[in-house]
Write a protein that binds this ligand. Sequence first.
Ligand code: C5P
Length: 224
Amino acid sequence: MSRPVFIAIDTPDLEDAQRLAKTVQRHVGGIKLGLEFFLRNGRAGVMDIAQLGLPIFLDLKLHDIPNTVAKAIMALRPFEPAILTVHAAGGRAMMEDAKAAAPAGTKVVAVTVLTSLDDEDLRSIGVGGQPQAQVERLAALAREAGLDGIVCSGQEVGPVRKAWPTGFFVVPGIRPADTATADQKRVMTPRAALDAGASILVIGRPVTGAEDPVAALRAIEGSL
Ligand code: C5P
């Protein structure tokens, strides 16, 4: 990936998404479309944004029994997204079947611990210990299942990269110094996340909520 920044276009509105994608297209390495966009605009919407020629990261965070996830991915095959996400908590068999169902050129990556969760949130869903240990456990499982990499915060990516040097590491929860964290709890600056071992950085609101998204991206680029 030539430019490490993927912009998270988190809107269900096709026109807003088109406008933003066109505005930033020369300043990003790819475009991440999520569930809200996909549920509203479906295949036609994804195809429309893909026409810009940038790699598409379809962030649907699939999590179900292996058969259902594999069939969902088969249904997505015509898109040939550059990157697709499943939840590592779906287990090894689910991840194996997800990878087997995906187009050969699609990187299938596993979401480990959402960057909006901290220690207390983990405890409340029955996962003891720190996010770091849980991320490392799920990263090892994703690797064994044959996935291309994982999604984790910048705070965990260092040791995971060390243990899995060829892995593809997607890091959201990116916040340039002096921007609002909002609902993200495990955040890091773009420079620090790349230094720690991120393969790509997923950035949403610090750019999409900026008065001038291109200026925000230039500032981030300048910091890298
Ligand atoms: O606006 P912000 O930069 O917080 O957007 C982060 C994006 O990364 C969102 O689209 C969110 O769905 C996604 N994401 C995340 N944490 C994960 C996986 C994906 O925040 N663990």
